[in-house]
Design a protein. Structure first.
Length: 257
């Protein structure tokens, strides 16, 4: 049975669940998809509403800019603090299912934090990332610096944060910022195939391995707990189904059991 529903948002954000995929779209290109306090609350509410049946979280946007980060007007007038934006990206980074950012536009400021909070990143050639925090006297979110350094290495992060230079997606891809870098003409077909593949894998094994990877990244790896997760996969009905599907030469039907 297929599930398809959407959560009422604002004109700036659209959220819907299609079967096993939850998709969030930033749709305020007129303000470069900058995110304000209301949008932050809605994104977090959307994440909290994702059903257990979902296997993949996707974030994408409309327009020439993927995301310009936090709404600076709200930061200036005090209606939003930088930590508010980080609480949203932390919620994405803490998802137990894989997350995929489909980035068809340039990225500015805190938009990078949104990008690097995802497990997978698909980018389009010819675009750029720029973080001008030092040009206005801001310190980039602490956990964002930690996350970027883990993903890219300290040399490139120094260049991004301390020089405020615009860096091409092509250069970023050389430092593993993107898992896939393709032309704009390829985005629809490639992203559709990628979403189908990621959401079609065995959810128990995917979530188990993702949890183990994150525990290593965050310095809290527990071998006993990790082995327990691995054992739960070995004892699952999904494994039996996967092996049976191979023998019968058909696609497996996983049920998270």
């Amino acid at each position: 049975m297929q599930l398809h529903w959407s959560l009422e948002m604002t004109d700036a954000i659209r959220f819907e669940v299609k079967d096993t995929v939850a998709e969030l779209c930033l749709c305020a290109p007129e303000r470069r998809n900058a995110i304000g306090s209301r949008e932050i609350a809605l994104v977090k509410a959307a994440i909290d509403s994702i059903p257990d049946t979902c296997r993949l979280f996707v974030i994408r946007s409309e327009g020439s800019v993927f995301c310009a980060g936090a709404n600076l007007k709200e930061i200036t007038d005090g209606s939003m603090e930088g930590d508010d934006f980080q609480s949203m990206t932390n919620a994405i980074a803490s998802l137990t299912m894989p997350s995929l950012a489909i980035v068809e536009g340039d990225v500015f400021g805190g938009g990078a934090e949104l990008l690097f909070s995802c497990d997978f990143r698909l980018g389009v050639t010819g675009k750029h990332l720029k973080i001008p925090a030092a040009a206005v006297g801001l310190c980039y979110p602490v956990e964002g610096i930690e996350r970027m350094t883990q993903r890219l290495g300290s040399t490139l992060v120094r260049k991004l944060l301390l020089t405020t230079e615009s860096v091409s997606f092509e250069e970023l891809a050389q430092h593993s910022a993107f898992d896939w870098l393709i032309s704009s003409a390829e985005v629809d077909a490639h992203s559709e195939a990628l979403i189908a593949r990621l959401s079609g894998l065995a959810p128990l094994s995917v979530t188990a391995m993702l949890a183990i990877i994150k525990s290593v990244e965050e310095g809290r790896f527990d071998r006993v707990a990790a082995q327990r997760l691995a054992d739960s996969c070995s004892e699952s009905e999904d494994l039996s189904e996967g092996l049976l599907a191979i023998r019968e030469k058909r696609a497996p039907v996983f049920n998270r059991r």
